[in-house]
Design a protein around this ligand. Structure first.
Ligand code: FAD
Length: 429
């Protein structure tokens, strides 16, 4: 085959990227493309932006880094903006490409876009091949068919750990044959309908996008500080960069691959010994996989008020005042307020915080959980469709929680996890 296109989406990396490896192996020339999908910058039916400025800034940085890495290989990134089903075929025609290689999607809107692109490419006699590149376990290696994947995480995890293996990582390419690619021009935040918002200096971490910094972060968390060896004890923390890995934002855009993280954990264990903590990071990556596979199984149900449960209920009505108090950290609970301010001013919140504010939203404010999830979608720098809507449904009692309706006692949580108020003082004083 002569010329191929690699269509990047949320797989912005060169290491462990099967899509790129296969494109290079099958083609004489490869062109790398990223399309800013206009629909990602619209306002959703819940009244929030689909993508807020923290995540968009992180995306711009990631693309900058990807372009620089591709230039070192002899290529560069072509950036377009519009509808992928129009823009990708245009590039195909311009370069007379015979095949497009891309990441395989699991969620509804992303699959719809994939289908529209496929239909347009078909008219041009151009093929589209997709690859699963975002999970630890490959979907084909699971010991169940998709429809039989257990809805309870523990059952999924035990059988998967016992019967499936994690594939080896793909090597980063060292050279690419590509036509000359003109200097990359990224849209500005303004062109995407957003305003630049600086991450507050109190942030747990000053996230910056891109594969280079993702790999640096891994090196810091594993080999420089050995924080990995105490992860299980620190992971419920709320202050500082190192209580947890902070891999989430890079994972969400695919700047780092979960399989690469796994292979580095194995390397770390062979050098510094394995313990509960080194295993626990793999355990958490399995949660991430689980939600992805749940979306493959239940599809759009995760966006319904009744979630994956068969019992249908009428959704709660919107209370604008309560919603605004929650978003702006003005509820009667100082613990909730501190967390919501952190999210508003940095785009990040700890897992402990997320569980509490989501439980508070569903149980104390008694509102439609999907509004909370939609606000997270706009605001989170690490937003990921499956992890976000899957966790929200779980906490709303309409997802994968075998205990049904989970209720967090916020005052108890605050005294257990922020006993001396260090976290609350950081955000409220
Ligand atoms: P670590 O504790 O270091 O964990 C390592 C990795 O494991 C994470 O980066 C993440 O990829 C994965 N992981 C950990 N916990 C979970 C979990 N509960 N579910 C799925 N994956 C997990 N995570 C996102 O990446 N994007 C989201 O949009 C998102 N929305 C959430 C919404 C709610 C209501 C809740 C309760 C959790 C949500 N999470 C989401 C999961 C989790 O809170 C974050 O992944 C984690 O806080 C990110 O910090 P970290 O990378 O330091 O995590």
């Amino acid at each position: 085959m002569k010329t191929s296109i690699v269509w990047f989406k949320t797989d912005l990396r060169l290491h462990d990227n099967e899509t790129i490896v296969k494109a290079i192996a099958q083609s004489e020339k490869v062109i790398f493309v990223y399309c800013f999908d206009d629909s990602h910058y619209k306002t959703t039916k819940y009244g929030f932006k689909k993508t807020g400025s923290f995540r968009t800034q992180f995306l711009l940085e990631s693309l900058q880094d990807l372009d620089a890495s591709l230039r070192k290989l002899g290529s560069g990134l072509v950036v377009v903006k519009g509808k992928p089903e129009i823009e990708i075929p245009k590039i195909v025609q311009e370069y007379k490409a015979q095949k497009v290689f891309a990441k395989r999607e699991v969620t509804f809107e992303e699959k719809q876009t994939e289908k529209l692109v496929l239909e347009e490419l078909y008219k041009l006699r151009c093929e589209l091949e997709t690859f699963s590149t975002s999970t630890l376990y490959h979907a084909q290696d699971l010991p169940f068919s998709i429809k039989d994947i257990p809805d309870v995480f523990t059952n999924f995890r035990k059988k998967t750990e016992q019967d499936a293996t994690i594939r080896a990582v793909f090597k980063k390419p060292t050279k690419v044959n590509s036509p000359v690619i003109v200097e990359m021009k990224l849209p500005t935040l303004q062109e995407l309908g957003l305003k630049f918002t600086e991450i507050d200096s109190r942030a747990a971490i000053q996230f910056k996008g891109g594969e280079t910094l993702a790999l640096e972060r891994l090196n810091h968390y594993f080999f420089e500080t050995k924080c990995l060896s105490i992860y299980k004890e620190t992971r419920n923390g709320m202050v500082g960069a190192d209580y947890s890995s902070k891999f989430s934002a890079w994972l969400a855009l695919g700047c780092i691959s979960p399989r690469f993280i796994y292979s580095e954990i194995k390397k770390y264990e062979s050098q510094f010994s394995a313990n509960d903590s080194t295993y626990w990071l793999i355990f958490e990556l399995l949660w991430r996989d689980f939600f992805r596979f749940m979306f493959k199984k239940h599809q759009t149900k995760f966006f319904l008020y009744s979630g994956i449960k068969s019992e249908k209920k009428n959704s709660k009505s919107l209370n604008e005042k309560l919603l605004s108090q929650w978003i702006n950290g003005k509820t009667p609970s100082d613990f909730i307020n501190a967390n919501m301010l952190e999210l508003k001013l940095t785009g990040f919140m700890s897992n402990r915080g997320r569980q509490n504010v989501a439980s508070y939203f569903c149980n104390e404010l008694n509102m439609d959980w999907r509004l909370g999830a939609a606000y997270f979608e706009e605001q989170l720098i690490d937003y990921d469709v499956c992890s976000n809507w899957g966790n929200w449904a779980y906490l709303a009692g309409v997802g994968n929680d075998p205990r049904g309706h989970r209720y967090f006692n916020i005052e108890k949580q605050a005294s257990d996890y922020d006993k001396s108020k260090v976290y609350r003082d950081l955000w409220l004083k």
